[in-house]
Design a protein around this ligand. Structure first.
Ligand code: AR6
Length: 184
């Protein structure tokens, strides 16, 4: 399914994000940046050791990545040009600032990808796996944050700054939720 906001194509797809050909794929990482399970494990497995090498260098420089923040590395052997590692919040009931932190993941990932030269960005459903964020609430936060970025006057870095945002859903429920919310 495809829609559009301010000249930017917004897509919902179902599948494995490591196979998606785009400029930047976003990883649902943890603050250590040293890899893990879920989509993080899949990205490091498919992309090879060059990604972890750059993650270690970032760790040495700035001590990992805070929740809600994002850092860019090579995409190694992946078909993308770069990986943006962001750290979603662990869901703890919803009253610990989780929504703002999750929105910040999407906003900061877009900022970092755009400043590294990306015009097409693909997101997984951050925090909705191991970190336990309810899928519907996470989808609302994700879409709200992305639309907010696309509606910023002047965009992130001046004129029209992006061509495409893709939400790559791994499971059917997320795909359905994103379709429903984006059709509104
Ligand atoms: N392509 C697209 N989406 C995927 C893929 C894939 N190959 N594999 C899983 N997903 P999760 P989190 C979906 O658990 O909740 C790691 O250990 C999955 O179905 O990967 O943010 C990190 O190192 C779900 O919808 O990330 C952290 O410690 C979504 O990706 C922790 O997990 C996110 O699930 C982060 O937990």
């Amino acid at each position: 399914m495809e829609t559009e906001r301010n000249g930017v194509c917004i897509k919902v797809l179902r599948g494995d994000i490591t196979k998606y050909q785009t400029d930047a794929i976003v990883n649902a990482a943890n603050s250590s940046l040293l890899g893990g399970g879920g989509v993080d494990g899949a990205i490091h497995r498919a992309g090879g050791p060059a990604i972890l090498e750059e993650c270690r260098a970032i760790r040495d420089r700035q001590g990992g990545c805070d929740t809600g923040d994002a850092v860019v590395t090579t995409a190694g052997r992946l078909p993308a040009k770069m990986v943006v590692h962001t750290v979603g919040p662990v869901y703890q009931g919803g009253s610990r600032g989780e929504e703002k932190l999750l929105q910040s993941c999407y906003a900061r990932s877009i900022e970092e990808a755009v400043s590294a030269g990306a015009r097409r960005i693909a997101f997984p459903n951050i925090s909705t796996g191991i970190y336990g964020y309810p899928k519907k609430e996470a989808a609302e936060a994700a879409i709200g944050a992305v639309r907010g970025m696309l509606e910023r006057p002047g965009g992130v870095s001046g004129e029209t700054f992006l061509d495409e945002i893709a939400f790559v859903c791994y499971d059917e429920e997320n795909e359905r939720l994103y379709r429903e919310l984006l059709e509104r």
